[in-house]
Design a protein around this ligand. Structure first.
Ligand SMILES: Nc1ncnc2c1ncn2[C@@H]1O[C@H](COP(=O)(O)OP(=O)(O)OP(=O)(O)O)[C@@H](O)[C@H]1O
Length: 235
């Protein structure tokens, strides 16, 4: 269980998060949608302890995030693996960073590369992969230590529609295997892939609901329409 208790974060004059509270149950498949600068990345980084809120607290199973690092798999918004290393070498590096021994690392890397469909490209330099394949490598690297919580920051931004569909299928499979999955997106149509929906704007949480409830309450549910209605009202 992830508990976010009334957190706020400023960067100088910019209020990135404003009194955000949220509970994320184990095995949730949650999407955090919002436009540029809404606070999605700051919220994600606060959950994994990369950012410490100015006020409020994040608890992971009742503990501070910094003590729970081994349970997180995190995929940053920018591709952050080594372009001059092969797919395989990047995977081994990730496994090593998570403290896995050589045999365990080798076995997990092969299994996860097969899962994301990159096993046959394991000798290819990361820099030579297509955009969608780079995202699959970043996903594989985040999964290598079998995390309980997988957090993905805008994983489908700039990815072609076919690869985007493939990525979403992978995220859903990871969730079906029991991992809590939390994904940010600027694409409002992607909320339909998830069960729990958060809508953010200006550092605040405007909507915290299940997809099923939103569909029940709004005929012909379209998050974009709801977003514009709420933000026109100045929320
Ligand atoms: N290190 C930082 N220094 C100064 N301002 C920051 C910093 N990080 C984030 N901000 C600002 O905080 C606000 C929220 O940023 P955040 O990155 O969390 O938004 P986002 O919803 O992820 O959008 P984007 O996709 O554009 O990153 C923005 O106005 C951003 O410019």
């Amino acid at each position: 269980m992830i508990e976010i208790n009334n957190i706020s974060k400023n960067f100088g004059q910019v209020r990135a998060l404003s009194n955000c509270s949220l509970k994320i149950a184990d095995k949730a498949m949650m999407i955090i949608a919002g436009g540029d600068g809404a606070g999605k990345t700051t919220l994600l980084k606060s959950i994994i302890g990369l950012i410490i809120p100015d006020r409020g607290q994040v608890l992971i199973n009742g503990q501070l995030p910094k003590t729970q690092k081994k349970y997180f798999g995190y995929m940053a918004q920018q591709f952050s693996w080594y372009k001059n290393l092969s797919v395989d070498e990047n995977m081994i590096l990730s496994a090593t960073l998570y403290g896995m021994n050589k045999d365990e690392a080798k076995e997990n890397c092969a299994r996860i590369l097969k899962f994301v469909g990159l096993y046959q490209f394991k000798k290819r330099l990361a820099g030579k992969l297509s955009g969608g394949m780079k995202q699959k490598l970043a996903l594989a690297a985040a999964l290598v230590h079998e995390p309980k919580f997988l957090l993905l920051d805008e994983p489908s931004t700039g990815v072609d529609p076919v690869s985007r569909q493939e990525l979403w299928e992978l995220f859903q499979q990871v969730n079906e295997q029991g991992t809590t999955v939390i994904i940010t997106t600027p694409y409002f149509d992607e909320v339909n892939y998830c069960r729990e929906i958060i809508l953010m704007n200006n550092g605040r949480i405007l909507i915290n609901s299940s997809l099923a409830d939103l569909q029940k309450q709004n005929k012909g549910f379209n998050l974009e329409d709801i977003y514009f209605k709420l933000t026109e009202k100045g929320e």
